[in-house]
Ligand binder design. Structure first.
Ligand code: GMT
Length: 375
């Protein structure tokens, strides 16, 4: 390592791929000897707050009788400027543009000439959904252009970004990574705690947002599991009330297990047999990669950047968006053909290690930090 950097990481604390990726990046950077200042309104979901080089810096949204809802962005900008000044921050890395890049840009104005460079990593819905909204578009154009570097987690997201925004600087594609944590409970114990025996276990992990199309997931699972013993585990990072109703409407209560507020996801990946996703859009789909690292092949719709993660018929199955029959049929292949499942799972694990390891990806981020700092 050339020298230890002081890095400010901005991310959402809620369950979601961008916060998870930012947090895991923070852990890896801290392990490499860098000081990492995570600025957010509360400690992100998976943050190892007890690491000596991870410093959580709380930014408190302000509630005031005149405001209809609490103000998050301006206190965040003020906090970023304060952390930059107090800790001689070398680079501010904003994960998810709204509101982080805008807040970082305001902080830069507050600091003036001594302000550190800003790197923005786009994750998906910050561009695909919020970026297209007239309420944000002009501001996003301005602050993305003002970022010293913009990175995207897939080529697909880069292309979608360039369709919406006019950016002169090159956008760098740095894919996501996943490093497993030690499993703390053995496979048999986890399965038994879920009421799962020897039958194949499909896994879906998400925050259940509308874009994830849980309705299609359940429809496909119903088709794929018809007439055979199979279970679906949903690790839910959100309120599960609506989901429980959808499961009951399809009469799937005996075959679908929902667990919420999960921290130790690794135990569940190690206990499952394949993953299944049904999103309308995914810039990448970190959940598929997490499964791949555990030797789980995937079945999903071919949307966004998923085909950059999954090799169709080798590490997983990709079917056209909305074709629940086809998704169901792939689920049923995984359910009945253990040999296929396991050979595709081996390929998936190999690809996860070779292409999406922390070693490579973290070095790409570090190189980009040094480039913008000017070393
Ligand atoms: O997809 C989510 O629900 C969360 C979202 C986020 O930004 O927190 O995830 C996005 O970022 C992940 C990490 O880069 C990607 O793996 C997801 O594909 C992406 N989600 C979408 O594009 C919908």
């Amino acid at each position: 390592m050339s020298r230890s950097l002081n890095i400010a990481l901005l991310c959402h604390p809620t369950v979601g791929g961008s916060g998870i990726l930012a947090t895991e990046l923070g852990h890896e950077l801290a392990e490499l000897g860098h000081e990492v200042f995570v600025i957010s309104e509360r400690p992100p979901h998976r943050l190892k707050n007890d690491h000596p080089r991870i410093h959580f810096c709380e930014s408190t949204p302000v509630e005031f009788p005149l405001f209809k809802s609490p103000d998050h962005t301006l206190p965040l900008a003020t906090r970023i400027a304060e952390v930059c000044r107090n800790h001689r921050i070398d680079v501010v890395h904003a994960h998810y543009a709204i509101p982080h890049t805008a807040a970082a840009w305001i902080a830069k104005e507050l600091i003036g000439a001594a302000a550190p460079p800003i790197i923005t990593t786009l994750h998906g819905t910050d561009i695909i959904y919020l970026g297209a909204m007239p309420e944000y578009r002009a501001l996003l154009q301005h602050v993305l252009a003002a970022s010293d570097l913009v990175t995207c987690v897939s080529q697909n997201l880069k292309e979608r970004t360039l369709e919406l925004f006019d950016l002169e600087k090159e956008i760098l594609v740095i894919p996501n990574f996943y490093e497993p944590r030690p499993v703390t409970e053995n496979r048999a114990a986890v399965r038994s705690s879920l009421g799962v025996g020897d039958e194949p276990l499909a896994l879906h992990a998400s925050n259940l947002r509308t874009i994830k199309r849980l309705d299609l997931l359940l429809d496909a699972f119903k088709i794929g599991s018809a007439g055979r013993a199979m279970k679906l585990l949903i690790l839910a990072g959100a309120d599960t009330l609506k989901l429980e109703t959808e499961i009951a409407q399809r009469d799937l209560q005996d075959r679908v297990v929902v667990v919420d507020d999960v921290y130790d996801v690794d135990n569940y990946y190690a206990a499952a047999d394949f993953t299944v996703y049904s999103s309308e859009y995914e810039s990448f789909c970190l959940g598929i990669l997490e499964g791949m690292r555990y030797g789980l092949p995937s079945a999903s719709f071919d949307v966004g950047g998923i085909s950059e993660v999954v090799v169709d018929n080798e590490t997983g199955f990709l079917v056209p968006f909305g074709d629940v029959e086809a998704l169901g049929q792939r689920i049923s292949i995984f359910g009945k053909d253990e040999e296929r499942r396991s050979s595709m799972g081996n390929q998936a694990k190999k690809r996860a290690i070779e292409t999406f390891s922390a070693d490579t990806v973290v070095q790409s981020y570090l190189k980009s930090y040094l480039d913008v700092i000017g070393h």
